[in-house]
Design a binder for this molecule. Structure first.
Ligand code: P6P
Length: 339
């Protein structure tokens, strides 16, 4: 029966990428090997995050463990695991991590053709209160004709080959795009495999939720303030939107992707470039939103067209349902005309 076939036809993330999705057939093997190492990192972090509370209980975290070693903070530990996994894949040449001030250049013979930008544990300040957190990553491919330099990784987001996040919450969910749509996989701990659970995710064209830190309202610019006002007091008689803000980007973006609506981290007087980082927060989430039929805007341009000058550069970001982002683009365009 079809149902049985579905149950026994376990579509793991490895099978899915190998068979179903590959933008560059000639790199099918390399990309799959790279992805498998990212998946390994996610499985490790998932297990460490789930034990974090217990580690505290049995006095491991922040104190010395039985070997007398200082227990590492989860974000430091996660970063080390991802760096080691990516280097050992033999498929990377430059790694940019939120945790490391400088990029990591992979030496021969371990050097490959991919640049990976990632935040190993975004939102990690939320661990202690049990809020979902996540790993965010983006992948560029460089032509291996030259010695890699930072220019190979300071590329516009539209050049990304793939992007994704892994959310460590009630379950461990990995959402990935290799440029042919968005698919979600859930970790089955009994198998240690990510199984396809959310095929071909499409974000609703319009949503009923807006997601922003209202605590920054006094510092917002005109268009953002106008847009949020419109969400709360619609003039056209439509019902006002609901506010949902978790304060952990992966959780807020995952809800936006599945339920629709808009996520905003605008510029404000205190932070003229907003708070979120271009390479490993804004670009991967914008890539996913476009692949799911939504869009992502910086207040000035399409987010994926931005060309970063520094690896930890920040940008304002408005992303989510196509029609909702259109509305805020119109407000910024009107402001532009006035100037
Ligand atoms: P705020 C978490 O610290 C983070 O980097 C993102 O995950 C999240 O979206 C944002 O910052 C929350 O920032 O200023 O609203 O607390």
């Amino acid at each position: 029966h079809a149902a049985d076939a579905h149950r026994t036809d376990l579509m793991t993330i490895t099978r899915f990428v190998l068979n179903e999705q590959s933008k560059y057939p000639e790199s099918r093997g390399d990309f799959t090997i790279l992805l498998n190492h990212i998946v390994l990192g996610c499985k490790f972090v998932c297990s460490a995050v789930n034990k974090a509370g217990l580690a505290k209980l049995i006095g491991l975290a922040g104190e010395t463990n039985v070997q007398g070693e200082e227990q590492k903070k989860l974000d430091v530990l996660s970063n080390e695991v991802f760096i080691k996994a990516l280097v050992s894949s033999g498929r990377t040449c430059i790694l940019v991590s939120e945790e490391d001030e400088e990029a990591t250049f992979v030496e021969q013979p371990k050097r490959g053709r991919y640049c990976v930008v990632f935040d190993p544990l975004d939102g990690s300040s939320n661990i202690d209160c049990g809020v979902s957190i996540g790993t965010i990553f983006g992948i560029y491919m460089v032509n291996d004709s030259h010695e890699p330099t930072l220019d190979d990784v300071l590329q516009p987001g539209k050049n990304m080959l793939a992007a994704g996040y892994c959310m460590y919450g009630s379950s461990c969910t990995l959402v990935l795009s290799t440029g042919e749509g968005v698919n979600g996989f859930t970790l089955d701990p009994s198998l240690g495999e990510f199984i396809l659970t959310h095929p071909d995710i499409k974000i609703p064209k319009k949503g009923k939720i807006y997601s922003v830190n209202e605590g920054n309202a006094k510092n917002w610019d005109g268009p953002t303030a106008k847009y949020v006002e419109k969400c709360k007091f619609p003039k056209d008689g439509s019902s006002s939107k609901s506010l949902r803000y978790i304060g952990s980007m992966v959780a807020d973006v995952h809800r936006t992707l599945l339920y629709g609506g808009i996520f905003l981290y605008p510029a404000d007087k205190k932070s003229p470039n907003g708070k979120l980082r271009v390479l490993y927060e804004v670009f991967p989430m914008s890539f996913l939103m476009e692949q799911a039929g939504g869009q992502a805007f910086t207040g000035k341009q399409r987010a994926l067209d931005l060309v970063p000058n520094k690896i930890h550069e920040r940008s304002p970001i408005f992303l989510g349902s196509y029609d909702d982002v259109e509305e805020i683009k119109a407000l910024y365009a009107a402001e532009e005309k006035k100037e």
